[in-house]
Design a protein around this ligand. Structure first.
Ligand code: MF3
Ligand code: CO
Length: 258
């Protein structure tokens, strides 16, 4: 959607604040011995508490709709991980993707957290992913093109010898979770749709600790994994396209990595 009035921006900030409050609780809860299913349950409880609806439920194909509040992807699971019963272990790289529908205002964001102190490779992966995606989010300026953001992510990631997943995209958001434009996490500068002031965007990418970007989807139809079992990191930030600089709706930029 495109935000046209201060009142709309204020309302969106409220929705994002609720969403972040829940996301922070999920962040704190990711620990050794806790299961993804438990984190998902916590997300459900917090939604009830705040009177909002988890917005991932019901998304997807008619015969295999997503049934959970969160996507929790661990280690080589890249994205769309179904929250299951296997406990987190020390060193796990956990991506929690979560969004709400707050009376018609949708949010969608994601953090990566290492369970306990990360090893050097994992810390580097998280740092590169975060830097690349945040740098792209800072390009959410009127007149820039979607390819400018994608190129920024790809260049940053590949310069570090890592790779970016090409099959999934960032997106506009608003009164639906997925709105135009699509935001590939790779591409070339000066290409793609022009960003307009007030557009609400989810800038997201999945970054792999490998030069190989091959992935596959598990038999459950959702959980995406790396072919070579490399670990993945993912972040997603919501921003409003500004005249000179973006307005961040999700202020999760400086969250800890473990
Ligand atoms: N961040 C994901 C996206 O933008 C979350 C939705 S996946 C869902 O597509 F299917 F689980 F909803
Ligand atoms: Co998204």
């Amino acid at each position: 959607m495109i935000i046209r009035h201060e009142k709309e921006l204020k309302r969106y900030r409220e929705a994002a604040a609720k969403s972040m409050q829940i996301l922070r609780a999920l962040f704190e809860a990711v620990k050794v011995g806790v299961t993804p299913a438990k984190i998902d349950e916590l997300a459900e409880e917090k939604c009830v508490e705040l009177g909002v609806i988890p917005c991932f439920k019901g998304v997807g194909p008619k015969n295999n709709e997503y049934q959970w509040a969160t996507c929790i992807s661990v280690n080589d699971a890249v994205v769309h991980g179904i929250p299951e019963d296997e406990s987190f272990k020390k060193g796990d790289l956990v991506k929690v993707d979560f969004g709400i529908n707050d009376d018609g205002w949708f949010t969608d964001h994601c953090f990566t957290k290492s369970v306990g102190k990360p090893n050097e490779a994992d810390l580097n992966l998280m740092k590169v992913a975060r830097e690349a995606i945040q740098a792209a989010a800072h390009l959410a300026i009127a007149g820039k093109r979607t390819g400018d953001l994608g190129a920024k992510i790809q260049k940053t990631v590949e310069a570090a010898g890592l790779s970016v997943v090409k099959e999934f995209v960032g997106h506009g958001i608003g009164h639906t979770m997925h709105d135009s434009p699509q935001l590939p996490a790779h591409g070339r500068v000066h290409t793609g749709a022009k960003l307009k002031e007030g557009m609400v965007l989810c800038v997201e990418a999945q970054i792999l600790d490998s030069s190989d970007d091959d992935i596959y989807v598990e038999e459950n139809g959702w959980t995406v994994r790396t072919e070579d079992e490399a670990k993945a990191a993912m972040f997603e930030y919501m921003v409003v396209v500004g005249k000179k600089k973006p307005i961040f709706l999700t202020n999760t930029l400086d969250w800890p990595l473990f």
